[in-house]
Structure formats: C-alpha cells, structure tokens
Write a protein that binds this ligand. Structure first.
Ligand SMILES: Cc1cc2nc3c(=O)[nH]c(=O)nc-3n(C[C@H](O)[C@H](O)[C@H](O)COP(=O)(O)OP(=O)(O)OC[C@H]3O[C@@H](n4cnc5c(N)ncnc54)[C@H](O)[C@@H]3O)c2cc1C
Length: 403
C-alpha cells in the first residue's frame, strides 16, 4: 500500500495551517496551551469562525453544510487543529449526533437541529450510560412512554460529558418493555430545559467538572423528537459509535502531548543538566514516540484502504485500545517529567473559571507545566469511555481472532 501523501493533500495541509494561524484568536490559542477541557465560549467563537469558512463539519455531506472531505483530509484537518491547540469542537454534536440526523433524521429535524450545531449555537450531550448500564448498554432502563403525541421520560443517565453546557441531550430510551432488550430501544432528542430534567455535577479526581448525572422525572418530549423509527435506536447507536473509524486513536492529541513532554524535559534541570539528557527518561520518550508513529501509520493505512478492505468495528476497537493506552502513557510521562513540581500545577478547586479561562496555579518550571497533573489524572478515563479496554479486547477476540 502506498502511503505517500498526495501533493494536493499537502497543499491542503498548508492551506489549513495558514488559515488556523490567521484565524485562531490569540487569547483562545493561549488558553489552549493550558486547558485540557475547552471553555464553551471559546469553542463557540471558534466554531463560528470555522463555520464562516464552511469548515466546522468536515465529514458531513455538503447539502447539510459539511465539507464532505475525504477521510485523509479530515485527519489532516484534525492534526492541524491539535498542533495549533485550537479548542476541541463539540464532538458529541458534530461527530456523533450530526451523522445520525443527516442519515436517519426527518427533513424537519435536519432543518431544525443541524444549522445551530454548525455554528456552535446549540450544544449537545450524549445520554447513553446509566448506573448499571455502561458496558452492558442494552440493559438500559430509562423509559419513554408514548402518551398521545408526547413521550413521557423517566429514568437516569450518568457520566454525561459536558451536560452542564448542553442545551440538548440525545438519549437512548426504552420505548418497549416487551421485546428483547435491543429491540425496545429508541433514539430521542430531549431539551435540557424541559420540566423534570435535573442535572447534578460529578467532580472528578482532577478537580475538574466535565461529568454529570441527569435525572428525568416525567419529562414531556414531543414525539416529533424521535429520530427514525421507534425500536431502531440500537442500530442508530451502533452506526453512531462505529461512524468514526480512526479518531478514537487520538493520535494527534498524543503527538501534541509528546511535544509537550519533550519541551518539559528539555527545560527541567537535573543535577547533571537537563532531564532530556537522562538516558532512562529519553529512552521512555523515544519508545513512546516510536509507538505513536507506528499507530499513526496504522491510522493512515486504514484511511488509504478501500472501505471493503476494512471492517469498521474491528478497526475501531484496535485503534481505540492502542490509542487510549498511548494517550495515558504520554500524560504519565509528562507528570513524571514534572515530578514533585506537578502538585503545584493543580487547579484551584474553588476556581473553575480560573481553570478554564486563565490557567491554573502560577507556572513553576515552565508555562507548559500548567495543567499537566490534572490532565494526567483525567487521562485515566481514556481507557474507560467509549468502551473500556476489556470490552475492546473482547470485540477483537471475537471479531478479529474468531475466538
Ligand atoms: C470521562 C468519561 C466520560 C464519559 N462520557 C460519557 C458520555 O458523555 N455519555 C455516556 O453515555 N457515557 C459516558 N461515559 C460512560 C462510559 O461509556 C462508561 O463508563 C463505559 O462504557 C463503562 O461503563 P461503566 O462505567 O458502567 O462500567 P462497567 O460496565 O460497570 O464496567 C466495570 C468494569 O468491568 C469491566 N467489564 C464490564 N463488562 C465486562 C465484560 N463483559 N467482560 C470483561 N470486563 C467487563 C469493565 O471493563 C470495567 O473494568 C463516560 C465515562 C467516562 C469515564
């Protein structure tokens, strides 16, 4: 297989890089150096800038306002965004929900929900997991009972990322109790401001707020907010989770983290000089970088393959498993580089806004040190969300190795 990047794609990369350099507001870029979770206002501003250029949804069809780029160009685009440390866009809306609405939504849903996503005007969260229904998602119990032209929703979701920012939640709900678990699930769009929706924050070990619990107590939802057909929610969810074959490898993030580790190690002093001169540390860094480059080549191999050559769910599991492990290792290596100094770079627990907007405690060794410890703690979640490593291994065992 020929991995050479086409000259046209190289030209595209240069165009993207130049656009980001000219258009990413300097204050957002500065915060991007410190924050591992982007603030909603930064994301919104940046999405508007991208939308004006027609670039906020690289993988949506053009008829819905997307760029309809090839998978390779999408990868290049993501790589350049990470390199510049632009805010991470509303992935729930753009990567997960958007393709579902483009493919299965009614024309009314497409007209109502897609434009505000493109412009960053409405924020979405994903309501799949419940207490007791994470890996075993099909056992979910939140129910939606049809009453005339309204569904009445009761139940609970958990681990809902960015729900404190969200205007809407797309949820898997049980609309039929009498069929086999998967066949009774539907895909419903719920307004977070509807009566009976209650959100509770879950503070995580990094002292940051990204996760929430959501409770539904007799929440009325217009039946028109059902996506596709009742009882087909499970197949839309599978479409959604398998839609993106390669981003779960988070290679661009890890490459950026490796740059950060190299920078820290070149700055931090040891008794003999700088940490980067320490043979053991340098070997760890080199090994991590080599493994990340190898993963990137695997991603490029998938992107260059014809669709028929690659089974999406198998590849997604392999890339997710490997990518999430490398991502955790990169964050751990940054924390190792900082050593005891890392403690001083924890966020102020009282100052969520300071964490999100103005950085954390004053930098110790270097500007790059800010946020490293918190990021390292949060990275532990990478091998959990989107399907745990154990579940990915089971999928690979069954579908790749035929065990
Ligand atoms: C940071 C973060 C963000 C998240 N964001 C969202 C979100 O926005 N929306 C959403 O819906 N969900 C979200 N989740 C939830 C996530 O999808 C679940 O945590 C994940 O699917 C695991 O489910 P669980 O937590 O219920 O663990 P469980 O399924 O209870 O698993 C517990 C342990 O048992 C193991 N295990 C379970 N079943 C098996 C099996 N069959 N074989 C072998 N081992 C098994 C697991 O690997 C794990 O180690 C998020 C989670 C995290 C940590």
């Amino acid at each position: 297989m020929d991995f050479t990047i086409d000259p046209d794609d190289e030209t595209f990369r240069r165009e993207v890089r130049a656009f980001i350099a000219a258009s990413l507001p300097p204050d957002i870029a500065r915060r991007g150096r410190h924050d591992y979770h982007s603030a909603r206002e930064d994301v919104r501003r940046w999405m508007r800038i991208l939308n004006e250029k027609g670039w906020s949804a690289p993988h949506w069809p053009r008829e819905f306002g997307g760029s309809d780029w090839s998978p390779l160009r999408r990868y290049i685009f993501q790589d350049e965004l990470r390199r510049a440390r632009a805010p991470v866009l509303d992935r729930c809306a753009l990567d997960l929900l958007g393709p579902v609405i483009c493919t299965f939504g009614s024309p009314e849903q497409q007209a109502r929900f897609l434009p505000p996503i493109l412009n960053g005007d409405e924020w979405w969260c994903q309501g799949f997991s419940e207490p007791g229904s994470g890996s075993d998602l099909a056992s979910l119990r939140t129910r939606a009972d049809l009453d005339g032209d309204t569904y009445v929703v009761n139940g609970q979701k958990i681990w809902t990322t960015e729900a404190h920012y969200a205007d809407w939640i797309f949820a898997l709900v049980r609309t039929d109790q009498h069929v086999k678990p998967q066949a009774g699930i539907s895909f419903l769009l719920i307004d977070m401001r509807a009566p009976g929706v209650v959100r509770r924050p879950i503070w995580t070990i990094d002292e940051g707020l990204t996760l929430n619990e959501i409770f539904f107590d007799n929440v009325p939802v217009p039946a028109a907010n059902l996506v596709g057909q009742a009882g087909q929610g499970w197949s839309y969810a599978k479409f959604l989770l398998g839609h993106e074959r390669t981003t779960s490898a988070v290679v661009s993030h890890t490459k950026r983290d490796i740059e950060q580790v190299r920078h820290l190690a070149a700055t931090i002093r040891t008794t003999e000089g700088h940490l980067i001169g320490d043979e053991l540390f340098a070997t760890k860094l080199a090994r991590l970088e080599a493994e990340t480059i190898a993963l990137e080549w695997s991603v490029l191999r998938v992107l260059h393959a014809d669709d028929g050559d690659v089974k999406a769910d198998q590849v997604a599991s392999l890339l997710k498993l490997r990518g999430s492990e490398l991502s955790e290792r990169a964050a751990l290596l940054a924390a190792e580089a900082l050593g005891d100094h890392g403690l001083a770079a924890m966020p102020d627990p009282e100052g969520e806004h300071r964490l999100r907007h103005d950085g954390l405690a004053p930098p110790l060794e270097d500007d790059e040190a800010i946020g490293v410890t918190a990021k390292t703690m949060f990275r532990r979640a990478t091998t959990i969300y989107g399907g745990t490593s154990e579940i990915q291994r089971s999928i690979i065992a069954k579908s790749v190795l035929g065990l």
